[in-house]
Design a protein around this ligand. Structure first.
Ligand code: SAH
Length: 509
């Protein structure tokens, strides 16, 4: 094994603002070290068996010193591992990436430094501010706001900065805002110079406040803007109300929990993100191979005798193909039974495997499916039903009632991902706006992971369900639904969340 370290710029917050190269490094790594400002969703891209280390330093409780971080990177690398050290924004913009790289060079450990999108540029952008603009600002200057400008030891030359026409961008400056403003005014900057603070840019918590050097300190206090924020000073701030595209997205400001399996989450996540929502993936279901594998394999060999094979989920399709591959079968051994898929996503998964679907019932709920298969499935027909160990019995019973010979095969098991349980309390601290449920088991498992003593933490959260069965389960747990999909699809789920949010905004204004 080779020791190798990637210092990766992970971008300013929005997890899609990472480079393709950075992503590749993460996927390749045995060990991932990450910072406080790094979006944890990026970790989903890492190998499930990778080691994850949170070296996040909060200003109050220092968990790791810079020396300790350096030592840890070295130690992990010398174990012969590929290490990705993720850093907020760009590693070389006030990220101490240089120090980490020098340590690695001194120890003879090979490394690469992968640039990231710095908050200095991206956060103003998401706040509606271009850092340069033709005829308005011909340069921008990124400055630490961490140094007290009134101290003699300050190495930031405020006299020179005040004379610049370009855009001034301060990072780590909220605590010193008043002193920064005073120093700029002292050296002759006009008190009418526009200034903005963008707090937690590119995330659902983004807040922007604009004003002038004269009134900004008061405005920031009034609006309660705190760290982390980017301070932007200059005429370009005037574009804010025109170019404020991000805060105008319909789900901007909404933090949404996705409870599906890790493998399945991305479709829902991408759709919500495209509308400006911030998504936290918290899988409440993990897929495992069936307990009695030999039994499953034995029964699968008889699939070619069935007149119908019904696939009820994408997971079922995946598990089915893994299992038949294992026993040396492929699509040619499926026989000539008709293929039925519940829902378009399941149909697509089958088609991706080279199996064209014969029937997609209009309804996605067992009772409706039976109704639409009534004239079709005849007494004595064999129906093969690969499904999860916890699937509802309604479909099999309905088929039974039609006189069919039902071959139910528990092709995969679903379990609660216990390794994630501890994270839930932290996640709920973050003011979640929505929790989405895409099946009854996501509801059941979520509530089990939460524990009844924590139910009160769900007080201000809105709930969305993919359909009536999931909705009913949620209600059984005492959850009040704010949105229930009409089409029982991911698309339909996103539609109703959007609709509910739009109504909410309209009634507020
Ligand atoms: N290497 C990072 C900067 C680290 S210094 C980069 O290139 O972005 C930390 C400072 O960055 C914070 O104090 C704040 O000023 C700024 N910052 C980082 N992420 C931010 C965000 N999402 N919103 C606002 N400011 C942010």
């Amino acid at each position: 094994m080779k020791a190798y370290v990637y210092l990766v710029g992970a971008g300013p917050g929005d997890e899609e603002l990472i480079t393709i190269k950075g992503l590749r490094c993460i996927q390749e790594s045995d060990v991932i070290l990450y910072d406080r400002l790094v979006n944890k969703n990026i970790l989903r891209e890492a190998r499930p068996d990778a080691e994850y280390i949170d070296v996040g330093k909060s200003p109050t409780n220092h968990t790791y010193t810079q020396d300790e971080i350096n030592n840890l990177i070295v130690k992990k690398a010398l174990e012969g591992k590929v290490v990705s050290r993720l850093k907020g924004g760009d590693p070389y913009v006030f990220g101490r990436g240089g120090e980490e790289a020098i340590t690695l060079r001194e120890k003879g450990i090979p490394f690469e430094v992968i640039p990231g999108i710095t908050s200095a540029i991206a956060v103003p952008n998401y706040g509606g501010i271009p850092v340069t603009h033709r005829n308005v600002s011909t340069s921008f200057h990124v400055i630490t706001g961490h140094e007290d400008p009134t101290k003699e030891t300050s190495t930031v030359n405020f006299e020179a900065l005040s004379k610049l026409e370009g855009t001034l961008i301060f990072l780590m400056g909220v605590g010193n805002l008043e002193k920064i403003v005073k120093s700029l005014l002292y050296y002759g900057k006009s008190s009418e110079t526009p200034i903005a603070l963008v707090h937690r840019g590119t995330t659902s918590n983004q807040k922007t406040v604009t004003g002038t050097l004269r009134n900004i300190v008061t405005l920031v206090k009034e609006k309660g803007i705190t760290s982390p924020s980017v301070i932007v000073i200059g005429e370009v701030v005037k574009f804010q109300n025109k170019l404020n595209w991000f805060e105008k997205l319909p789900l901007q400001g909404q933090k949404i929990l996705v409870t599906r399996t890790r493998e399945q989450a991305s479709d829902l996540t991408l759709r919500l993100k495209a509308l400006g929502g911030e998504v936290i993936e918290f899988p409440t279901i993990a897929i495992r191979p069936p307990k009695d594998r030999d039994m499953v394999y034995k029964r699968l060999k008889k699939v070619n005798r069935a007149q119908y094979v019904i696939f009820t989920s994408v997971n079922g399709v995946k598990a089915f193909f893994e299992a038949i591959k294992h026993i040396g079968m492929d699509v040619r051994d499926m026989g000539s039974g008709k293929i039925i898929a519940i829902g378009p996503a399941t149909a697509k998964a089958l088609e991706d495997k080279g199996l064209l679907v014969d029937i997609i019932p209009e309804s996605y709920v067992a009772e409706g499916i039976i109704e639409s298969l009534q004239g079709l499935i005849k007494k004595g027909d064999t129906v093969f039903l690969p499904r999860a160990n916890i699937a509802r019995k309604a479909l099999a019973e309905g088929l039974d009632a039609l006189g069919a010979q039902v071959e139910e095969v528990d092709i995969y098991d679903t379990v609660i991902p216990e390794d994630r349980q501890g994270e839930l309390a932290d996640i709920l601290e973050q003011d979640i706006d929505w929790i989405t449920f895409t099946s009854s088991s996501t509801v059941r498992n979520f509530m089990a992971m939460l524990g009844s003593e924590n139910k009160k933490r769900l007080k201000n959260i809105k709930f969305a369900a993919i359909g009536p069965i999931t909705g009913t389960t949620a209600k059984e747990y005492g959850l009040q639904l704010d949105a229930q999909a009409k089409s029982y699809t991911i698309e339909g789920l996103v539609d109703v969340i959007l609709e509910a949010r739009t109504n909410e905004v309209n009634t507020k204004t």
